[in-house]
Design a protein around this ligand. Structure first.
Ligand code: F2R
Ligand code: MG
Ligand code: MG
Length: 349
C-alpha cells in the first residue's frame, strides 16, 4: 500500500503482537541458535495447534491500553491511560512485567493520586526507570497522530507515566518516530531513513534533562543519537555477526540497549540473508533475526515487528502465525480504528 495505507497500519499493530508472542519463548536467553528460532517458528505452521496458543506479555498488554485510550478519548489523555495501565495490571499481573514498574502500576490504581506522573518520578531513588517499557508500547502513538510533533510529544508523555528517566522515555520517542517514518514508506530509502532518525533524535536529545541523565548514567552525551550512528556503521558493513550486533547495540532490557537494536534488525533484514530461509518475507526475516539475538527477545521482536509491519503491510504476515498468537485478531481490528482516527486528524476533523 501507499503511505499510511490501511495495510501498513494492520501490519504494524499485528506484527508487534506477533513479535511479543513468539519472542516470549527466548526472553532472557543468552544464546539463541538460529536453528532453535526456525524450529519454534516452523511449529506455528502446525495446523493442530489451537488459536492464541502463544500468550502475549506486558508489551502487548500495555500497548492495548494505549490503543484503547487513544481511541476512546480520540487523543492523548494521561489520566485515562494511567487508569487503564493500573486496571490491566490488577486484572492480569502475571504478564511478565519489569520488577520496578509493578510499584508504579500499583500506585497508579490509588484513587488519592493527584499527579499521575509522580509514581514514575519516584522510581529508582528519584532517577526514574530507563527500561524499555515505554518504548515497547510506543507504536500506537505513530498510528494515531499524523503530525510528527504530536507523535514525539505524546509518545514521550505516554512513556513518562511509568518511565521518567530520559533514557527510558526518549527510547519511546525513537520507537514511535521509526514507526511513523516507516508508515510513510521511508524504509524504501534506508540510508535516508537512518539519517532522518539521527537528525530527529539529535534535536530531542538537546534537552537539558536528557543531557543531565546521560551524564549521571555515564552514557554518551546524546546516547540514542550515538547508537543510531552505530546502526548506520553496521548497515554499511557487508557482513555483521550477531556477537558484533550485541556488543555494539545491546540486547537488554534498557531502552538504550534495545530500541536501536530493533531498528537495526529491520534495516538488516530488508534484504534476504543467508542464515534465513529464502521463502521468508521481510517481516518474517526481521522477527526471526530479532529472536536470534537473545536477551530481551519479546520486546526487541515486538518493536522491530511494529516498524517492519508498517513497511511491509499485513500481506507479509503469515496467517499461521496470526492464528497462534493471542491478541493478533484484536490488533487487526484496532488497526482499522486507528487508521480512521489518523485520517480524521489529518483532515483536521
Ligand atoms: N521483565 C521482563 N522480563 C523478565 C521477567 C519476566 C517475568 N518475571 C516472568 O518470568 O514472566 N520483561 C518485561 O520488562 C521489560 C520492560 O520493563 P519496564 O517496563 O521498563 O520495567 P522497569 O522495572 O521500569 O525496568 C526494567 C528493569 O531495568 C532496570 N532499571 C531500569 N531503570 C533503572 C535505574 N534507573 N537504575 C537501575 N536499574 C534500572 C531494573 O532492573 C528494572 O527492573 C520488557 O522486556 C518486558 O518484556
Ligand atoms: Mg514482555
Ligand atoms: Mg521483554
Amino acid at each position: 500500500g501507499g503511505p499510511a495505507s490501511l495495510s501498513r497500519f494492520r501490519g504494524a499493530l499485528v506484527a508487534a503482537v506477533l513479535g511479543d508472542c513468539v519472542g516470549g519463548e527466548f526472553e532472557g536467553a543468552e544464546e539463541v541458535p538460529m536453528e532453535s528460532v526456525l524450529q519454534h517458528l516452523n511449529g506455528l505452521d502446525d495446523e493442530t495447534k489451537g488459536e492464541g496458543i502463544l500468550e502475549y506479555s506486558d508489551d502487548t498488554a500495555m500497548a492495548r491500553c494505549v490503543v484503547q485510550s487513544l481511541l476512546t478519548r480520540t487523543g492523548f489523555d494521561e489520566q485515562d491511560m494511567a487508569r487503564r495501565f493500573a486496571k490491566e495490571y490488577s486484572a492480569s499481573p502475571g504478564r511478565g512485567y519489569g520488577s520496578g514498574v509493578i510499584q508504579v502500576l500499583k500506585k497508579l490504581s490509588s484513587p488519592q493520586l493527584s499527579d499521575v506522573y509522580q509514581p514514575a518520578r519516584d522510581q529508582f531513588n528519584g532517577r526514574g526507570s530507563f527500561g524499555n517499557g515505554g518504548a515497547m508500547r510506543a507504536a500506537p502513538f505513530a498510528l494515531a497522530f499524523p503530525d510528527l510533533a504530536d507523535v514525539k510529544r505524546f509518545a514521550r508523555r505516554g512513556a513518562m507515566l511509568t518511565h521518567s528517566c530520559s533514557l527510558g522515555y526518549n527510547g519511546a520517542v525513537l520507537q514511535a518516530l521509526a514507526v511513523h517514518l516507516s508508515l510513510q514508506g521511508a524504509l524504501d530509502l534506508p540510508q535516508q531513513f537512518i539519517s532522518r532518525l539521527i537528525t530527529e533524535m539529535e534535536e530531542v536529545e538537546e534537552d537539558e534533562a536528557a543531557r543531565n541523565d546521560a551524564r549521571i548514567l555515564k552514557e554518551a552525551e546524546m546516547p540514542f543519537s550515538d547508537r543510531l550512528h552505530r546502526v548506520r556503521d553496521l548497515m554499511d558493513r557487508s557482513k555483521v555477526s550477531i556477537e558484533e550486533v550485541i556488543s555494539e547495540l545491546g540486547n537488554g532490557i534498557a531502552a538504550l540497549h534495545s530500541v536501536p537494536t530493533a531498528i537495526f534488525c529491520v534495516l538488516h533484514c530488508l534484504q534476504p540473508r543467508k542464515c534465513l530461509p529464502e521463502n521468508y518475507s521481510g517481516l518474517e526475516r526481521t522477527i526471526a533475526y530479532s529472536l536470534a539475538l537473545g536477551g530481551d527477545t519479546d520486546t526487541i521482536a515486538c518493536m522491530a515487528g511494529a516498524i517492519a509491519g508498517a513497511h511491509y503491510g499485513i500481506e507479509a504476515v503469515p496467517q499461521s502465525w496470526m492464528r497462534c498468537c493471542e491478541g493478533a485478531q484484536d490488533a487487526d481490528i484496532n488497526a482499522e480504528r486507528l487508521h480512521m482516527l489518523y485520517h480524521q486528524s489529518s483532515q483536521g476533523g
